[in-house]
Write a protein that binds this ligand. Structure first.
Ligand code: GTP
Ligand code: SPV
Ligand code: MN
Length: 596
């Protein structure tokens, strides 16, 4: 039985969007198999050679619909103040009528799917329910992998329980007899990824790709959830969750906030190169965190799958991901080999002699263009990951000992530094910067931008209130129970423009130092910006690294930091008079320390 509040909403959207018919997603494998078969029959999906990769499929999107569209993403609050300076704002009184016009008859000629889904393990006290209405079968298939879907979730909505209303249309109605393109979507200026926190509602129109369309992910689990978290006293963050076991059998959990395409999935699936260390995956993109009565911060992964960057993923860099995507995976915008398998840049050292590129054209190594789109992705079940932790679905979550911030910074930021306190850690989160990656559509890819807490595109409210919320939540527990905060940078480059740090499995060396620091076993070098390892305390056994490279990795260059301070000062102007006093204090202290 459909709950009455859900039924009423479905009828309203049915009237508005005029789909040919409505289908409920029950969440079974059979439905998934039937729908994907239908996609293959309609030539909207390509079956990957099942001898190579059973039950895997390739989708190719329209070249205009390949990543999140930040400039078309809106936080729609009555007052502009509540969206703040980092979000695009249009008031609901303007945005709703504009979008209603677009939604009118937008599902003609299509099926509207009703997908009840849970973010977080079903029935966990910390999980939340959404219902997505969508006219995109691709979205349905992806939601099936990325979230817990179907009847078991619908059951939780009995008694008219509240849920997040998520409306999605690709914005491409079909008239009778009109031919359907392979990837229908609306032109960029008609795309809207809109959030109405006052109504707990998401309206997405015109895009079928990733975070624009899989509404459980960035729209719900970050933008809407960050609003709920702020009022309910918890945190919704763009973080991986990693379980680490030392050779002595001691377990610690760490989270890491790195901007899009900056290494979360890779760190979450790290294959440690140091003997005796074990790493297991709890989550790779989003963490919901809250303090429990023991005073510690606990995290759950609200997702059930990975929507991971394929580019750069190889047996060498991320074997756990390669195992995960060996079957039952949806690939988007990757290249196709002559054997009917998938390929992308970085998967093998030598590219194949011939490929079909992500747009369906012949490709040769001398073609002078990428065979796969830089933001090509795999959608795979978390449960298929060989490094998944056995307690990854623990409804209580896992206790966090350390939080890592990081990003792509070719200079200035050392390999690792430790904050002096929780407040200093919040300051480090606020000044995070990173090169813009292909995970968003932008003309500025490669330029460094400030991306506080890796949440710039995902904070659903005012940035100052967000920072203040972090500061306040830190006061709800004892300092010694709070997670320690670190800043890492795997992406330092030398004067030849090459990465100095080998990264990937070797990042365990940095994690080991953190592990020891938490236990208070190693004294660090105290610098103006934070605590840096003494070179002898970084385990470099069996790693070839020159003395000059090591110096570069651990260096705090005062003149570069003088420039950094000016840039932070400029960036803080964005906050205006709402800059939290603690950030101002931290910046002044940094300036003083740099003068010594
Ligand atoms: P989103 O899914 O967009 O949030 O990305 P993510 O943060 O999960 O990034 P991911 O782990 O998918 O990595 C993105 C890219 O960075 C891939 O091409 C990786 O190969 C590369 N990468 C990840 N970790 C490292 C590292 O330690 N060193 C270097 N050099 N590259 C890395
Ligand atoms: C990101 O961009 O941070 C992603 C990919 O994880 S998407 O789901 O498209 O947001
Ligand atoms: Mn992400």
């Amino acid at each position: 039985m459909t709950p009455k509040n859900l039924q009423t909403w479905i009828e309203e959207i049915d009237q508005l969007c005029q789909p040919d018919r409505i289908e409920f997603w029950h969440g079974t494998q059979k439905e998934y198999d039937d729908l994907i078969e239908e996609m293959v029959r309609l030539k909207k999906a390509i079956r990957i050679n099942s001898d190579k990769r059973p039950r895997c499929y390739l989708f190719r999107t329209d070249p205009s619909d390949v990543a999140r569209v930040e400039h078309r993403t809106f936080i729609s609050t009555t007052n502009e103040r509540n969206a703040g300076p980092t979000n695009n704002w249009v008031p609901p009184s303007v945005l709703k009528p504009r979008m209603l016009e677009l939604y009118r008859n937008s599902m003609k000629g299509r099926i509207m799917y009703v997908i009840p889904y849970s973010m977080g393990p079903i029935g966990s006290e910390f999980s939340k329910i959404g219902v997505q209405l969508t006219d995109s079968p691709y979205v349905v298939l992806n939601m099936h992998i990325m979230t817990r879907t179907g009847d078991k979730v619908l059951k939780l909505l009995e008694n008219d329980a509240a849920f997040i209303k998520c409306l999605h249309s690709i914005g491409y109605p079909l008239e009778d007899g009109q031919e359907d393109p392979v990837w229908p979507c609306a032109p960029i200026e008609q795309k809207y990824i809109s959030h109405f926190p006052e109504d707990n509602m998401i309206w997405s129109y015109g895009s079928g790709y990733g975070g624009n369309a899989l509404l459980g992910k960035k729209c719900f689990a970050l933008r809407i959830a960050s609003n709920l978290a702020r009022h309910e006293g918890w945190l919704a963050e763009h973080m991986l969750i990693l379980k680490l076991t030392s050779p002595d059998g001691v377990v610690k959990y760490v989270t890491g906030a790195f901007p899009s395409a900056c290494g979360k999935t890779n760190l979450a699936m790290i294959n440690p190169t140091l003997p005796g260390w074990k790493a297991e995956t709890v989550g790779d993109d989003i963490a919901w965190l809250r303090f429990k009565s023991d005073g510690r911060l606990y995290a759950i992964n609200p997702e059930a799958g990975f929507f991971g960057v394929a580019s750069g993923t190889s047996w060498k860099s991320n074997p756990n991901a390669m195992h995960t995507i060996a079957s039952d995976t949806i690939f988007t915008n990757v290249a196709l080999t002559d054997e009917g398998d998938v390929w992308w840049e970085g998967m093998t050292e030598e590219p194949p002699k011939h490929l079909i590129d992500w747009q369906g054209n012949d490709w040769y190594p001398d073609s002078n263009r990428k065979a796969a789109h830089p933001n090509c992705r795999f959608t795979a079940y978390a449960k298929n990951c060989p490094s998944i932790a056995d307690n990854w679905e623990d409804p209580e979550g896992v206790p966090i000992s350390a939080i890592l911030f990081g990003g792509r910074r070719p200079s200035t930021i050392p390999l690792i530094h430790e904050s002096f306190s929780f407040e200093h850690g919040v300051f480090l989160g606020s000044i995070m910067g990173s090169e813009i990656t292909a995970a968003t559509i932008s003309d500025d890819i490669g330029k460094v931008r400030r991306d506080p807490f890796a949440m710039l595109p995902f904070i659903g409210y005012h940035i100052s209130d967000y920072i203040q919320h972090w500061l306040e939540i830190g006061k709800t527990s004892k300092p010694e129970l709070l997670p320690r905060i670190y800043y890492v940078n795997w992406f330092l480059k030398n004067s030849d423009g090459k990465y100095v740090w080998p990264g990937f499995g070797e990042n365990i060396r940095v994690l080991k130092w953190i592990f020891n620091r938490i236990d208070g076993v190693r004294e660090p070098n105290m610098t103006a910006i934070g605590n840096v390892p003494k070179p002898e305390d970084l385990d470099l056994e069996n790693l070839e690294i020159s003395a000059s490279d090591l110096e570069l990795l651990l260096e705090v260059n005062k003149s570069a930091w003088q420039d950094e301070v000016l840039s932070i000062r400029k960036y803080y102007e964005l906050y205006g008079r709402l800059l939290p006093a603690e950030l101002e204090r931290q910046l002044e202290n940094l300036i003083l320390r740099l003068q010594v």
